[in-house]
Design a protein around this ligand. Structure first.
Ligand code: FAD
Length: 438
Protein backbone atom coordinates (compact mmCIF):
# COMPACT_ATOMS: atom_id res chain seq x y z
CA UNK A 1 0.00 0.00 0.00
CA UNK A 2 1.24 3.52 -0.75
CA UNK A 3 2.36 5.53 2.28
CA UNK A 4 0.17 8.59 2.89
CA UNK A 5 -0.11 10.85 5.90
CA UNK A 6 -3.82 10.12 6.11
CA UNK A 7 -5.00 7.05 8.03
CA UNK A 8 -5.86 4.15 5.71
CA UNK A 9 -9.52 3.82 4.72
CA UNK A 10 -10.95 0.38 5.44
CA UNK A 11 -14.39 -0.22 3.95
CA UNK A 12 -16.41 -3.29 5.00
CA UNK A 13 -19.48 -4.09 2.91
CA UNK A 14 -22.16 -6.12 4.73
CA UNK A 15 -23.07 -5.73 8.41
CA UNK A 16 -23.95 -9.35 9.07
CA UNK A 17 -22.35 -12.03 11.22
CA UNK A 18 -18.88 -11.41 9.76
CA UNK A 19 -19.05 -7.72 8.79
CA UNK A 20 -20.42 -6.26 12.03
CA UNK A 21 -18.05 -8.38 14.10
CA UNK A 22 -15.07 -7.19 12.04
CA UNK A 23 -16.14 -3.52 12.04
CA UNK A 24 -16.45 -3.62 15.85
CA UNK A 25 -13.02 -5.21 16.25
CA UNK A 26 -11.27 -2.84 13.83
CA UNK A 27 -12.95 0.19 15.31
CA UNK A 28 -11.59 -0.74 18.75
CA UNK A 29 -8.13 -1.56 17.44
CA UNK A 30 -7.62 1.27 14.95
CA UNK A 31 -10.65 3.58 14.66
CA UNK A 32 -10.55 4.61 18.33
CA UNK A 33 -6.91 5.67 18.05
CA UNK A 34 -7.27 7.38 14.67
CA UNK A 35 -4.97 4.77 13.08
CA UNK A 36 -7.52 3.89 10.38
CA UNK A 37 -10.87 5.16 9.10
CA UNK A 38 -13.37 2.33 9.32
CA UNK A 39 -16.58 2.47 7.26
CA UNK A 40 -19.31 -0.18 7.36
CA UNK A 41 -21.87 -0.32 4.53
CA UNK A 42 -25.19 -2.16 4.51
CA UNK A 43 -28.44 -1.95 2.59
CA UNK A 44 -30.32 -2.21 5.90
CA UNK A 45 -30.32 0.08 8.92
CA UNK A 46 -30.19 -2.76 11.41
CA UNK A 47 -28.41 -6.03 12.11
CA UNK A 48 -30.06 -9.27 13.15
CA UNK A 49 -28.39 -12.61 13.98
CA UNK A 50 -29.30 -14.55 10.84
CA UNK A 51 -29.39 -18.02 12.45
CA UNK A 52 -32.41 -16.81 14.48
CA UNK A 53 -34.45 -15.65 11.46
CA UNK A 54 -36.67 -18.75 11.60
CA UNK A 55 -37.71 -17.84 15.16
CA UNK A 56 -38.55 -14.26 14.16
CA UNK A 57 -40.45 -15.60 11.13
CA UNK A 58 -42.49 -18.01 13.23
CA UNK A 59 -43.22 -15.22 15.73
CA UNK A 60 -41.74 -17.20 18.63
CA UNK A 61 -39.04 -14.56 19.10
CA UNK A 62 -39.59 -10.78 19.16
CA UNK A 63 -37.75 -8.38 16.89
CA UNK A 64 -36.30 -6.53 19.89
CA UNK A 65 -32.87 -8.09 19.34
CA UNK A 66 -32.21 -5.94 16.27
CA UNK A 67 -29.10 -3.80 16.56
CA UNK A 68 -29.35 -0.31 15.06
CA UNK A 69 -26.29 0.25 12.88
CA UNK A 70 -26.51 4.04 13.30
CA UNK A 71 -26.44 3.68 17.07
CA UNK A 72 -23.82 0.93 17.04
CA UNK A 73 -21.45 2.94 14.84
CA UNK A 74 -21.92 5.97 17.08
CA UNK A 75 -21.04 3.91 20.19
CA UNK A 76 -18.04 2.42 18.47
CA UNK A 77 -15.47 4.23 16.35
CA UNK A 78 -16.57 3.61 12.78
CA UNK A 79 -18.89 5.26 10.26
CA UNK A 80 -22.01 3.56 8.95
CA UNK A 81 -23.22 4.19 5.39
CA UNK A 82 -26.61 3.03 4.11
CA UNK A 83 -26.35 1.77 0.55
CA UNK A 84 -26.59 -1.21 -1.75
CA UNK A 85 -23.22 -2.40 -3.04
CA UNK A 86 -23.24 -2.72 -6.83
CA UNK A 87 -19.61 -2.79 -7.96
CA UNK A 88 -15.97 -1.80 -7.61
CA UNK A 89 -13.73 0.49 -9.62
CA UNK A 90 -10.39 -1.12 -8.82
CA UNK A 91 -8.32 1.45 -10.66
CA UNK A 92 -9.77 4.39 -8.73
CA UNK A 93 -10.30 2.27 -5.58
CA UNK A 94 -13.97 3.14 -5.29
CA UNK A 95 -16.92 1.07 -4.03
CA UNK A 96 -20.13 1.83 -5.94
CA UNK A 97 -23.37 2.06 -3.97
CA UNK A 98 -26.83 2.17 -5.50
CA UNK A 99 -29.39 4.62 -4.10
CA UNK A 100 -31.65 3.29 -1.34
CA UNK A 101 -35.29 4.45 -1.33
CA UNK A 102 -37.98 4.29 1.34
CA UNK A 103 -41.19 2.27 0.75
CA UNK A 104 -42.79 5.38 -0.82
CA UNK A 105 -39.86 5.44 -3.27
CA UNK A 106 -38.33 8.61 -1.84
CA UNK A 107 -34.52 8.53 -1.75
CA UNK A 108 -32.97 7.77 1.64
CA UNK A 109 -29.40 7.62 0.40
CA UNK A 110 -28.24 8.67 -3.08
CA UNK A 111 -26.17 6.68 -5.54
CA UNK A 112 -22.52 7.29 -4.67
CA UNK A 113 -18.97 5.94 -4.55
CA UNK A 114 -16.81 5.43 -1.46
CA UNK A 115 -13.02 5.50 -1.63
CA UNK A 116 -11.08 2.66 0.04
CA UNK A 117 -7.52 1.54 0.65
CA UNK A 118 -8.59 -1.89 1.93
CA UNK A 119 -11.96 -3.35 0.99
CA UNK A 120 -13.64 -6.29 2.74
CA UNK A 121 -16.71 -7.89 1.15
CA UNK A 122 -19.03 -9.67 3.58
CA UNK A 123 -22.42 -9.60 1.84
CA UNK A 124 -23.54 -13.10 2.81
CA UNK A 125 -25.70 -15.39 0.68
CA UNK A 126 -29.18 -15.70 -0.77
CA UNK A 127 -31.53 -18.64 -1.25
CA UNK A 128 -30.79 -20.69 -4.33
CA UNK A 129 -33.92 -21.59 -6.30
CA UNK A 130 -31.90 -23.72 -8.78
CA UNK A 131 -34.04 -22.21 -11.56
CA UNK A 132 -37.16 -24.01 -10.30
CA UNK A 133 -40.25 -22.51 -12.00
CA UNK A 134 -42.69 -20.66 -9.75
CA UNK A 135 -40.38 -20.18 -6.75
CA UNK A 136 -40.05 -16.38 -7.03
CA UNK A 137 -43.82 -15.89 -7.48
CA UNK A 138 -45.18 -18.44 -5.00
CA UNK A 139 -42.64 -19.02 -2.23
CA UNK A 140 -41.51 -17.04 0.76
CA UNK A 141 -37.82 -17.04 1.61
CA UNK A 142 -35.81 -16.47 4.74
CA UNK A 143 -32.68 -14.57 3.78
CA UNK A 144 -33.24 -11.17 5.35
CA UNK A 145 -34.93 -9.63 8.41
CA UNK A 146 -37.47 -8.03 6.03
CA UNK A 147 -38.40 -11.47 4.66
CA UNK A 148 -38.66 -12.85 8.21
CA UNK A 149 -41.04 -10.00 9.11
CA UNK A 150 -43.11 -10.65 5.97
CA UNK A 151 -43.32 -14.37 6.74
CA UNK A 152 -44.39 -13.68 10.32
CA UNK A 153 -47.17 -11.35 9.10
CA UNK A 154 -48.25 -13.83 6.41
CA UNK A 155 -48.38 -16.69 8.90
CA UNK A 156 -50.45 -14.70 11.40
CA UNK A 157 -52.87 -13.60 8.66
CA UNK A 158 -53.19 -17.17 7.39
CA UNK A 159 -54.19 -18.50 10.82
CA UNK A 160 -56.57 -15.56 11.37
CA UNK A 161 -58.23 -16.06 7.98
CA UNK A 162 -58.57 -19.76 8.70
CA UNK A 163 -60.19 -19.06 12.08
CA UNK A 164 -62.62 -16.43 10.78
CA UNK A 165 -63.64 -18.49 7.76
CA UNK A 166 -62.19 -15.95 5.33
CA UNK A 167 -60.05 -18.80 4.03
CA UNK A 168 -61.55 -22.15 3.02
CA UNK A 169 -59.03 -24.94 2.66
CA UNK A 170 -58.94 -28.52 1.42
CA UNK A 171 -60.34 -30.88 4.13
CA UNK A 172 -60.60 -27.86 6.43
CA UNK A 173 -56.85 -28.10 7.16
CA UNK A 174 -53.95 -25.66 6.94
CA UNK A 175 -51.01 -27.03 4.97
CA UNK A 176 -47.57 -25.46 5.37
CA UNK A 177 -44.74 -26.67 3.14
CA UNK A 178 -41.02 -26.08 3.57
CA UNK A 179 -38.76 -27.00 0.69
CA UNK A 180 -35.28 -28.00 1.80
CA UNK A 181 -34.26 -29.95 4.88
CA UNK A 182 -30.98 -28.21 5.65
CA UNK A 183 -30.59 -26.44 9.00
CA UNK A 184 -32.89 -23.56 7.95
CA UNK A 185 -35.73 -25.82 6.74
CA UNK A 186 -35.57 -28.20 9.68
CA UNK A 187 -35.35 -25.46 12.31
CA UNK A 188 -38.18 -23.52 10.67
CA UNK A 189 -40.44 -26.61 10.54
CA UNK A 190 -39.99 -27.23 14.27
CA UNK A 191 -40.58 -23.56 15.04
CA UNK A 192 -43.78 -23.51 12.94
CA UNK A 193 -45.09 -26.48 14.93
CA UNK A 194 -44.41 -24.51 18.12
CA UNK A 195 -46.20 -21.49 16.60
CA UNK A 196 -49.22 -23.61 15.59
CA UNK A 197 -49.51 -24.83 19.20
CA UNK A 198 -49.37 -21.25 20.46
CA UNK A 199 -52.03 -20.14 17.95
CA UNK A 200 -54.30 -22.92 19.27
CA UNK A 201 -53.78 -21.69 22.84
CA UNK A 202 -54.36 -18.03 21.88
CA UNK A 203 -57.75 -17.82 20.29
CA UNK A 204 -57.29 -19.64 16.98
CA UNK A 205 -59.54 -22.46 18.20
CA UNK A 206 -59.89 -24.10 14.81
CA UNK A 207 -56.31 -25.35 15.00
CA UNK A 208 -56.88 -27.11 18.33
CA UNK A 209 -57.74 -30.27 16.35
CA UNK A 210 -54.57 -32.36 16.34
CA UNK A 211 -54.66 -32.81 12.55
CA UNK A 212 -55.69 -29.24 11.69
CA UNK A 213 -52.21 -28.08 10.66
CA UNK A 214 -50.03 -30.16 8.37
CA UNK A 215 -46.38 -29.14 8.31
CA UNK A 216 -44.33 -30.92 5.68
CA UNK A 217 -40.69 -30.77 4.68
CA UNK A 218 -39.69 -31.78 1.15
CA UNK A 219 -36.06 -32.71 0.56
CA UNK A 220 -34.52 -33.91 -2.72
CA UNK A 221 -31.62 -35.71 -0.99
CA UNK A 222 -32.07 -39.13 0.64
CA UNK A 223 -31.90 -37.69 4.18
CA UNK A 224 -32.42 -34.46 6.11
CA UNK A 225 -29.33 -32.36 6.95
CA UNK A 226 -27.26 -33.98 4.22
CA UNK A 227 -24.22 -31.84 5.12
CA UNK A 228 -24.13 -33.14 8.70
CA UNK A 229 -23.16 -36.60 10.02
CA UNK A 230 -25.75 -39.34 9.52
CA UNK A 231 -26.35 -39.95 13.25
CA UNK A 232 -27.39 -36.29 13.73
CA UNK A 233 -29.59 -36.45 10.66
CA UNK A 234 -31.38 -39.54 12.02
CA UNK A 235 -31.90 -38.02 15.46
CA UNK A 236 -33.28 -34.80 13.98
CA UNK A 237 -35.64 -36.66 11.67
CA UNK A 238 -36.93 -38.65 14.64
CA UNK A 239 -37.57 -35.41 16.57
CA UNK A 240 -39.40 -33.93 13.58
CA UNK A 241 -41.66 -36.96 13.30
CA UNK A 242 -42.39 -36.76 17.05
CA UNK A 243 -43.55 -33.20 16.38
CA UNK A 244 -45.90 -34.58 13.69
CA UNK A 245 -43.94 -32.99 10.88
CA UNK A 246 -44.19 -34.91 7.61
CA UNK A 247 -40.71 -35.45 6.23
CA UNK A 248 -40.43 -36.51 2.58
CA UNK A 249 -36.87 -37.28 1.48
CA UNK A 250 -36.00 -38.02 -2.16
CA UNK A 251 -38.74 -35.51 -3.07
CA UNK A 252 -37.47 -33.39 -5.95
CA UNK A 253 -39.60 -30.28 -6.47
CA UNK A 254 -40.25 -29.60 -10.17
CA UNK A 255 -42.41 -26.46 -9.93
CA UNK A 256 -44.47 -24.37 -7.56
CA UNK A 257 -47.93 -23.07 -8.43
CA UNK A 258 -50.22 -20.81 -6.42
CA UNK A 259 -51.46 -23.08 -3.63
CA UNK A 260 -49.59 -26.24 -4.69
CA UNK A 261 -46.17 -27.85 -4.92
CA UNK A 262 -45.41 -30.35 -7.70
CA UNK A 263 -42.71 -33.02 -7.54
CA UNK A 264 -40.75 -34.41 -10.49
CA UNK A 265 -42.48 -37.80 -10.02
CA UNK A 266 -45.91 -36.17 -10.52
CA UNK A 267 -46.94 -35.99 -6.83
CA UNK A 268 -48.87 -32.81 -5.98
CA UNK A 269 -49.20 -31.27 -2.51
CA UNK A 270 -51.71 -28.58 -1.62
CA UNK A 271 -49.91 -25.80 0.22
CA UNK A 272 -51.41 -22.73 1.87
CA UNK A 273 -47.96 -21.34 2.64
CA UNK A 274 -44.75 -22.43 0.93
CA UNK A 275 -41.26 -21.51 2.11
CA UNK A 276 -38.21 -22.12 -0.07
CA UNK A 277 -35.17 -23.05 2.03
CA UNK A 278 -33.30 -25.36 -0.34
CA UNK A 279 -29.72 -24.16 -0.27
CA UNK A 280 -27.92 -20.86 -0.75
CA UNK A 281 -25.72 -19.11 -3.28
CA UNK A 282 -23.79 -15.83 -3.34
CA UNK A 283 -25.76 -12.65 -4.15
CA UNK A 284 -25.94 -11.92 -7.89
CA UNK A 285 -23.72 -8.85 -7.63
CA UNK A 286 -20.74 -11.10 -6.88
CA UNK A 287 -21.01 -12.70 -10.32
CA UNK A 288 -21.19 -9.24 -11.91
CA UNK A 289 -17.86 -8.00 -10.51
CA UNK A 290 -15.47 -7.60 -13.42
CA UNK A 291 -12.17 -9.47 -13.25
CA UNK A 292 -13.04 -11.53 -10.17
CA UNK A 293 -13.22 -15.31 -10.23
CA UNK A 294 -16.18 -17.10 -8.71
CA UNK A 295 -16.26 -20.67 -7.42
CA UNK A 296 -18.75 -23.00 -5.73
CA UNK A 297 -22.23 -21.53 -5.10
CA UNK A 298 -21.23 -18.47 -7.16
CA UNK A 299 -19.02 -17.29 -4.28
CA UNK A 300 -15.97 -15.06 -4.69
CA UNK A 301 -12.82 -17.16 -4.84
CA UNK A 302 -10.30 -16.16 -2.20
CA UNK A 303 -6.81 -17.32 -1.32
CA UNK A 304 -6.12 -18.84 2.12
CA UNK A 305 -5.19 -15.28 3.22
CA UNK A 306 -8.83 -14.30 2.36
CA UNK A 307 -7.55 -11.92 -0.34
CA UNK A 308 -9.44 -12.22 -3.60
CA UNK A 309 -7.54 -13.82 -6.47
CA UNK A 310 -7.87 -10.59 -8.45
CA UNK A 311 -6.76 -7.96 -5.95
CA UNK A 312 -4.51 -7.99 -2.87
CA UNK A 313 -6.36 -5.04 -1.33
CA UNK A 314 -9.78 -6.70 -1.60
CA UNK A 315 -10.76 -9.43 0.85
CA UNK A 316 -13.93 -11.50 1.10
CA UNK A 317 -15.23 -13.48 4.04
CA UNK A 318 -18.31 -15.26 5.34
CA UNK A 319 -20.96 -16.81 3.09
CA UNK A 320 -19.96 -14.80 -0.02
CA UNK A 321 -16.38 -16.14 -0.04
CA UNK A 322 -15.24 -19.41 -1.56
CA UNK A 323 -12.32 -20.18 0.73
CA UNK A 324 -10.24 -23.36 0.43
CA UNK A 325 -10.59 -25.96 3.21
CA UNK A 326 -7.42 -28.02 2.72
CA UNK A 327 -8.27 -30.51 5.50
CA UNK A 328 -11.34 -31.67 3.54
CA UNK A 329 -10.06 -30.84 0.04
CA UNK A 330 -13.10 -28.67 -0.55
CA UNK A 331 -14.34 -25.12 0.21
CA UNK A 332 -15.54 -23.93 3.59
CA UNK A 333 -19.31 -24.19 4.07
CA UNK A 334 -21.52 -21.08 4.37
CA UNK A 335 -21.95 -21.15 8.15
CA UNK A 336 -22.00 -18.67 11.01
CA UNK A 337 -19.06 -20.43 12.62
CA UNK A 338 -16.91 -19.83 9.54
CA UNK A 339 -18.03 -16.18 9.25
CA UNK A 340 -17.22 -15.52 12.92
CA UNK A 341 -13.80 -17.15 12.84
CA UNK A 342 -12.93 -15.32 9.63
CA UNK A 343 -13.93 -11.96 11.17
CA UNK A 344 -11.66 -12.64 14.16
CA UNK A 345 -8.86 -13.67 11.81
CA UNK A 346 -9.34 -10.61 9.55
CA UNK A 347 -8.69 -8.25 12.46
CA UNK A 348 -5.20 -9.78 12.83
CA UNK A 349 -4.72 -9.98 9.06
CA UNK A 350 -5.45 -6.30 8.52
CA UNK A 351 -3.20 -5.41 11.46
CA UNK A 352 -0.41 -7.40 9.77
CA UNK A 353 -1.04 -5.72 6.42
CA UNK A 354 -0.99 -2.23 7.94
CA UNK A 355 2.24 -3.06 9.77
CA UNK A 356 3.81 -4.37 6.56
CA UNK A 357 4.13 -7.88 8.02
CA UNK A 358 3.58 -11.08 6.02
CA UNK A 359 -0.02 -12.29 5.80
CA UNK A 360 -1.04 -15.66 7.24
CA UNK A 361 -3.40 -18.32 5.90
CA UNK A 362 -6.80 -18.68 7.57
CA UNK A 363 -7.21 -21.95 9.42
CA UNK A 364 -10.74 -23.10 10.24
CA UNK A 365 -11.43 -24.97 13.49
CA UNK A 366 -14.65 -26.95 13.13
CA UNK A 367 -16.30 -26.96 16.57
CA UNK A 368 -19.24 -29.07 15.39
CA UNK A 369 -22.82 -28.28 14.40
CA UNK A 370 -25.99 -27.70 16.35
CA UNK A 371 -29.55 -27.77 15.01
CA UNK A 372 -32.34 -26.28 17.12
CA UNK A 373 -35.58 -28.24 17.36
CA UNK A 374 -37.82 -25.58 18.85
CA UNK A 375 -38.63 -26.07 22.55
CA UNK A 376 -37.61 -29.70 22.19
CA UNK A 377 -34.03 -28.49 22.50
CA UNK A 378 -31.34 -29.07 19.93
CA UNK A 379 -29.25 -31.86 18.46
CA UNK A 380 -25.68 -31.71 17.30
CA UNK A 381 -22.06 -32.49 17.75
CA UNK A 382 -19.29 -30.68 19.55
CA UNK A 383 -15.71 -31.05 18.35
CA UNK A 384 -12.50 -30.15 20.08
CA UNK A 385 -8.95 -31.36 20.62
CA UNK A 386 -9.65 -32.38 24.22
CA UNK A 387 -13.09 -33.97 23.72
CA UNK A 388 -12.86 -35.37 20.21
CA UNK A 389 -16.35 -35.48 18.66
CA UNK A 390 -19.33 -35.90 20.96
CA UNK A 391 -23.02 -35.92 20.07
CA UNK A 392 -25.25 -33.89 22.36
CA UNK A 393 -28.99 -33.26 22.45
CA UNK A 394 -31.76 -31.82 24.59
CA UNK A 395 -31.25 -29.08 27.13
CA UNK A 396 -27.45 -29.10 26.99
CA UNK A 397 -27.45 -28.81 23.19
CA UNK A 398 -29.99 -25.98 23.40
CA UNK A 399 -27.75 -24.11 25.86
CA UNK A 400 -24.76 -24.60 23.56
CA UNK A 401 -26.87 -23.38 20.58
CA UNK A 402 -28.00 -20.28 22.52
CA UNK A 403 -24.42 -19.59 23.62
CA UNK A 404 -23.40 -19.07 19.95
CA UNK A 405 -25.82 -16.16 19.71
CA UNK A 406 -24.63 -14.81 23.06
CA UNK A 407 -20.99 -14.95 21.97
CA UNK A 408 -21.88 -13.03 18.81
CA UNK A 409 -23.69 -10.36 20.81
CA UNK A 410 -20.77 -10.21 23.24
CA UNK A 411 -18.34 -9.53 20.41
CA UNK A 412 -20.45 -6.73 18.92
CA UNK A 413 -22.03 -5.21 22.05
CA UNK A 414 -19.38 -5.95 24.66
CA UNK A 415 -19.68 -8.30 27.66
CA UNK A 416 -21.66 -5.96 29.90
CA UNK A 417 -24.33 -4.93 27.36
CA UNK A 418 -24.68 -8.46 25.97
CA UNK A 419 -25.12 -9.92 29.48
CA UNK A 420 -27.60 -7.23 30.50
CA UNK A 421 -29.66 -7.59 27.32
CA UNK A 422 -29.66 -11.37 27.73
CA UNK A 423 -30.93 -11.02 31.35
CA UNK A 424 -33.60 -8.51 30.29
CA UNK A 425 -34.56 -10.75 27.36
CA UNK A 426 -34.88 -13.74 29.71
CA UNK A 427 -37.05 -11.76 32.14
CA UNK A 428 -39.33 -10.25 29.47
CA UNK A 429 -39.82 -13.72 27.95
CA UNK A 430 -41.62 -14.68 31.16
CA UNK A 431 -44.14 -11.85 30.94
CA UNK A 432 -44.78 -11.39 27.23
CA UNK A 433 -46.88 -13.72 25.02
CA UNK A 434 -44.99 -16.75 23.70
CA UNK A 435 -46.05 -15.85 20.17
CA UNK A 436 -46.18 -12.52 18.33
CA UNK A 437 -49.93 -12.12 17.69
CA UNK A 438 -50.08 -8.69 16.09
C1 FAD B 1 -32.83 -19.46 9.28
C2 FAD B 1 -31.33 -19.66 9.27
C3 FAD B 1 -30.74 -20.46 10.23
C4 FAD B 1 -29.36 -20.65 10.24
N1 FAD B 1 -28.82 -21.43 11.22
C5 FAD B 1 -27.48 -21.58 11.27
C6 FAD B 1 -26.89 -22.35 12.31
O1 FAD B 1 -27.60 -22.93 13.15
N2 FAD B 1 -25.53 -22.47 12.33
C7 FAD B 1 -24.73 -21.84 11.40
O2 FAD B 1 -23.50 -21.97 11.47
N3 FAD B 1 -25.26 -21.11 10.42
C8 FAD B 1 -26.61 -20.96 10.32
N4 FAD B 1 -27.15 -20.19 9.32
C9 FAD B 1 -26.24 -19.57 8.34
C10 FAD B 1 -25.63 -18.28 8.90
O3 FAD B 1 -26.66 -17.40 9.26
C11 FAD B 1 -24.71 -17.65 7.86
O4 FAD B 1 -23.71 -18.58 7.50
C12 FAD B 1 -24.02 -16.38 8.41
O5 FAD B 1 -24.96 -15.43 8.83
C13 FAD B 1 -23.12 -15.78 7.32
O6 FAD B 1 -22.61 -14.58 7.76
P1 FAD B 1 -22.19 -13.44 6.73
O7 FAD B 1 -21.66 -12.31 7.53
O8 FAD B 1 -21.35 -14.01 5.66
O9 FAD B 1 -23.55 -13.02 6.04
P2 FAD B 1 -24.87 -12.41 6.67
O10 FAD B 1 -24.92 -12.62 8.13
O11 FAD B 1 -25.98 -12.90 5.84
O12 FAD B 1 -24.70 -10.83 6.42
C14 FAD B 1 -24.67 -10.26 5.14
C15 FAD B 1 -24.95 -8.78 5.27
O13 FAD B 1 -24.72 -8.17 4.00
C16 FAD B 1 -25.77 -7.26 3.71
N5 FAD B 1 -25.85 -7.17 2.25
C17 FAD B 1 -26.16 -8.16 1.38
N6 FAD B 1 -26.09 -7.71 0.11
C18 FAD B 1 -25.73 -6.40 0.19
C19 FAD B 1 -25.48 -5.40 -0.78
N7 FAD B 1 -25.56 -5.63 -2.10
N8 FAD B 1 -25.14 -4.16 -0.36
C20 FAD B 1 -25.04 -3.89 0.98
N9 FAD B 1 -25.25 -4.82 1.94
C21 FAD B 1 -25.58 -6.05 1.55
C22 FAD B 1 -26.99 -7.88 4.36
O14 FAD B 1 -27.98 -6.90 4.62
C23 FAD B 1 -26.39 -8.46 5.64
O15 FAD B 1 -26.42 -7.52 6.68
C24 FAD B 1 -28.54 -20.01 9.26
C25 FAD B 1 -29.13 -19.20 8.30
C26 FAD B 1 -30.50 -19.02 8.29
C27 FAD B 1 -31.13 -18.15 7.23
Amino acid sequence: MTQTSKPPRIVIVGAGTAGLNLATRLSHKFGRHGKAEITLVDENLSHMWKPSLHEFAAGTKGFDEEISLLEHSHRNDYSFRLGRFTGIDREKKLVHLQAVNDPANRPLAPKRALPYDILVLAIGSRSNDFGTPGVAENCMMLDTPAQAKRLQAELLNLFLRFQTGALCTRDDKLELTIIGAGATGVELAAELREAAGQFARNGIHKVRRPDAVTIRVLEAAPRVLGALPENISMKVERHLRELHIDVHCGAKVARIEPGSVHLADGTEFTSNLTVWAAGVRAPEVIGQLEGFETGSLGRLKVRPTLQTLADDQIYALGDCADCPWPAKETSLPPRAQVATQQAEFMERQIAAQLAGKPLKPFSYADHGSLVAISNEGAVGSLMGKAIGTITIEGWLARRAYRSLHFLHRKSVLGTWRATLSSLIGGASKRIRPKLKLH
